[in-house]
Design a protein around this ligand. Structure first.
Ligand SMILES: Cc1cc2nc3c(=O)[nH]c(=O)nc-3n(C[C@H](O)[C@H](O)[C@H](O)COP(=O)(O)O)c2cc1C
Length: 147
């Protein structure tokens, strides 16, 4: 069975909720989906999966979370060339700059991003956002099952 790992950091649960919905979609799409807070996994473990979804809210001033997620991404990015990757996260008052920068950074390392942009949701995912998250999971499953 093809596998997806969803690695995220979440302070108040919004990005974690996105991770749950993405996992639901990936499972519905026929893939095995494992969901891990970034503190519970390692880059070596993440690289065993066919696809990686990374989640971080916008923190600091339009950056990914700096204590745990940034070091993880800094190590992972050395090995993402050619890998299927999706990015997601929650934000509040900004305009999604952190996600645009994050997507550009990963594309610059040669990752195969599922979408040109990551999935950015305002605060807690509700209504259509929930479906966008599930859809991201389903499309990740499709991408690895056809590979
Ligand atoms: C220290 C801190 C810095 C933040 N910086 C930004 C920011 O630069 N831009 C923005 O849109 N939201 C910012 N936020 C808001 C969070 O991105 C938002 O509350 C998000 O929903 C948190 O997701 P989480 O529940 O997964 O932690 C910040 C929040 C905190 C606590």
């Amino acid at each position: 069975m093809a596998g997806i790992i969803i690695v995220y950091w979440s302070g108040t649960g919004n990005t974690e909720r996105m991770a749950e919905l993405i996992a639901e979609g990936a499972t519905a799409g026929g893939a095995e989906a494992v969901r891990k807070a970034v503190s519970q996994t390692t880059v070596a473990e993440a690289l065993k999966y066919d696809a990686i979804a990374l989640g971080s809210p916008s923190m600091g001033t339009e950056v990914i979370e700096e204590g745990e997620m940034e070091p993880f991404v800094a190590e992972l990015e050395k090995s993402v060339e050619g890998r299927t990757l999706a990015l997601f996260g929650s934000y509040d008052w900004g305009d999604g700059e952190w996600m645009r920068n994050w997507a550009d950074r990963m594309k610059g390392q040669g990752a195969k991003l599922l979408d040109e942009q990551g999935l950015a949701v305002h605060l807690t995912p509700g209504g259509e956002d929930e479906e966008h998250c599930r859809d991201l999971g389903r499309r990740l499953a499709k991408a690895i099952l056809k590979a």
